[in-house]
Design a protein around this ligand. Structure first.
Ligand code: AMP
Ligand code: ZN
Length: 456
């Protein structure tokens, strides 16, 4: 039985999909700059949920959005559109910026074996649906117009704050002094922004030219592809208090029911025990790690060693040990290939399933794999089961080609044949074997009772 945490109820519960296919929405990247390893932790988390669902036999219909307009520099709708900022910074159109960073994003996810959802959806391709969504919210009395745009009235939505536990009073107390006087509550947020002339991305709407707010994009894209009942919604922990609270308000207000059944959040990746920030110069991309000689999958392996609900601290030392361990894991897995030993593997298979199915306990699942590889007799059955486990872990265990080891195995085989031939006084075969061994770069030193293989 698969059990998963739900941030909404703050407990682990049995996962029961609403229909035949699991509907899953994942907040995707804003494509205005290079995506770093912290962002990648969030997508590895999404990927692990998908892989665990598949391991359990579920079909999935997933959406990953691409935010290519409307995400302001502050999550509370203040500041400028991040796309606009990047456009000025790089002297390119926002469309060029979006294309460039979206392509970059997918090069990174590919290197990390991240399983991409069935639908990748851009906000700029969902404008009609967004406008309709806002229209209905206004008709239902949840949205209201000001000189700046259309705002969502959080006081109208009585369950506002259920996810984060932050009350409207708390929001009021935390509000800045210079709040927009036209807003009914300081934490009301923009559904649609009336665009100033200099905002490059803008569309015709019932409220004049403008562009969508960030939060409505996710609600509208989710509705378009997954409908009004979504099994799982994922995102980073930073999105819980504002972005996801706002998504819940919009979607539930529109449908008149609870749309998302389960919210799941991944905690932050820190670097050297602190926040990643430009000023500290500690923001790294997967490409940066590669340039320093690391296998991108070593970063994936590193992530698999911490539970998603805990903060994880990145250092280059820990990445190096992850890489060493992963290489050892490759070798150990390979050492079972084509071997014929006998084992009973039922227990390992059960333990692995139990680990992944208890709220994605991947660190424990990894240790089950390690134990199995170490404790059993060398056997192809173990190899095959390791590859099955790897459908969840995504470490490419099957692709490993240990060139040196393969040679050594072959040399051993030839040396043994040679020794037998010699004992049977078949010197022709023995000489042939010695020749072949020599071609592979090894030499045989004969003793009275045995022989030694040495590298030339
Ligand atoms: P953004 O493109 O800024 O919207 O972020 C994309 C995703 O990465 C979001 O789900 C964020 O919550 C997540 N994220 C950002 N920084 C980190 C971090 N340091 N660790 C883990 N997740 C992060
Ligand atoms: Zn979102």
């Amino acid at each position: 039985m698969l059990k998963l945490y739900n941030s909404l109820y703050k407990k682990i519960s049995e996962f029961k999909p609403l229909g035949d296919t699991v509907k899953m929405y994942s907040c995707g990247p804003t494509v205005y700059s290079y995506h770093h390893i912290g962002n990648m932790r969030a997508y590895i988390f999404m990927d692990i949920i998908r892989r665990v669902l598949k391991y359990n036999g579920y079909k999935i219909e997933g959406v990953l959005n691409i935010t290519d307009v409307g995400h302001m520099t502050s999550d509370a709708d203040e500041g400028e559109d991040k796309m606009q900022v990047a456009s000025k910074r790089e002297n390119k159109t926002p469309w060029e910026i979006a294309k460039y960073y979206e392509d970059f994003f997918f090069t990174q996810t590919k290197k990390l074996n991240i399983d991409i959802p069935e639908h990748v959806v851009r906000a700029t391709e969902t404008i009609d649906e967004i406008i309709n969504f806002v229209k209905v919210l206004v008709e239902k009395g949840y949205g209201y117009e000001t000189s700046k745009g259309i705002y969502f009235s959080i006081e109208k939505f009585t369950e506002y704050g259920a996810l984060s536990g932050v009350s409207l009073e708390d929001k009021l107390a935390g509000a800045r002094i210079e709040v927009d006087k036209e807003k009914k509550h300081p934490a009301d947020f923009a559904l649609w922004v009336k665009a100033p002339k200099e905002h490059i991305m803008q569309w015709q709407s019932p409220w004049g030219m403008g562009y969508p707010g960030w939060h409505i994009e996710c609600s509208a894209m989710g509705k378009k592809f997954l409908g009004d009942a979504i099994d799982i919604h994922t995102g980073g922990i930073d999105h819980l208090t504002v972005h996801h609270e706002n998504e819940i308000a919009q979607s539930n207000a529109l449908e008149g029911k609870q749309v998302v059944k389960r919210w799941m959040h991944v905690d932050f990746l820190q670097v050297d025990g602190g926040k990643m920030s430009k000023s500290l110069g500690n923001i790294f991309t997967v490409d940066d790690l590669e340039k320093r000689g690391y296998n991108p999958l070593a970063f994936r392996y590193f992530c698999l060693n911490a539970h998603y609900s805990k903060k994880q601290n990145f250092t280059f030392d820990s990445l190096s040990s992850a890489q060493t361990s992963m290489e050892r894991l490759y070798e150990l897995t390979f050492s079972h290939k084509n071997q014929t030993g006998l084992n009973n593997l039922k227990e390992y298979e059960e333990q692995f399933l139990e680990a992944i199915n208890y709220d994605l306990n991947i660190p424990l699942a990894l240790s089950v794999l390690w134990n199995m590889l170490k404790e059993t007799n060398k056997s192809n059955e173990v190899y095959k089961l390791a590859l099955k486990f790897d459908t969840v872990l995504g470490l490419d265990l099957s692709k490993y080609q240990p060139k040196v080891h393969e040679i050594i195995d072959e040399v051993r085989l030839l040396a043994e044949k040679r020794w037998q031939a010699k004992k049977e006084k078949d010197f022709k075969t023995a000489d042939e074997m010695r020749e072949n061994i020599s071609k592979l770069g090894y030499e045989i030193l004969d003793g009275k009772e045995n022989y030694q293989i040495v590298k030339k």
